[in-house]
Design a protein around this ligand. Structure first.
Ligand code: SF4
Length: 231
């Protein structure tokens, strides 16, 4: 789908060791975030004829519900029928917050269960989302340190009825390199050169194989370096 990513703000209520974004800037002036949102809206209006969808990211988008509401309303008015999806760590995904997203016409929600280390409470929030959204996706980094936690909840994800599991090869950046366990390897050429965590892709294929063996009904997507076009 031709889409753009709309970053609502920088703040997050989680503290993931693998986070590759410089999101922990509590002192970032609010004006910067407003400026960014205006820039994304301008980009949207410039590209709207070609776009079929918009993903809403952060930071944590549920910390920005009033801003999300303003942006989505403007974009939906300018181009009816757009597909919107929201990324969340799931911590604030209660009835009220999810209800606001659903009433705005958001069609898809993607939970990063790894942010709270696959805690049961977030799985309950995911189950709630299943009843409210057309598409429910779990999108997590393949972090070998968390492999057992992910494996342990795959059966529950199937029972909940998620549509897809996206497994990202873990991207190593200046922001997360000091907090991750493991070694990085370099992939790509020139400006596409990036670093990824050894073992991350292997974990993706082990999880995929397990899902096939168990006959789970959701699809599993390999978001690895080669899929980003950098390997
Ligand atoms: S939930 Fe997402 S934005 Fe927040 S710290 Fe974790 S990876 Fe970063």
């Amino acid at each position: 789908m031709a889409h753009m990513s709309f970053q609502l703000g920088f703040l997050c209520n989680a503290d993931c060791p693998f986070c590759f974004l410089p999101t922990y800037q509590a002192d970032t002036p609010d004006e910067d975030e407003k400026y960014n949102r205006r820039a994304f809206l301008k980009e949207f209006h410039r590209r709207k004829d070609e776009l079929e969808g918009v993903s809403l990211t952060g930071g944590e988008p549920l910390l920005y519900l009033p801003e999300l509401e303003v942006a989505v309303s403007e974009m939906a008015r300018a181009k009816p029928g757009l597909h919107f999806w929201v990324y969340t760590n799931g911590i604030l995904a209660d009835d009220d917050h999810l209800g606001i997203l659903r009433d705005l016409g958001i069609g898809e929600i993607r939970f990063n269960l790894a942010a709270a280390n696959y805690k049961e409470k977030i799985l309950e929030n995911l189950e709630r989302a299943r009843e409210m959204f057309e598409y429910v996706v779990v999108e997590v980094p393949s972090y070998p340190k968390q492999k057992d936690r992910l494996m342990a909840c795959l059966g529950e994800l199937d029972s909940i009825g998620i549509d897809q599991l996206n497994l990202q090869e873990l991207w190593v950046t200046d922001t997360n390199v000091h907090r991750l366990e493991g070694e990085g390897y370099q992939s790509g050429l020139l400006f596409l050169r990036k670093f990824f965590l050894y073992g991350s892709r292997r974990m993706t294929y082990e999880v995929m194989q397990h899902c096939v063996d168990e006959g789970y009904s959701f699809t599993v997507n390999d978001c690895s370096a080669s899929r980003f076009g950098v390997a």
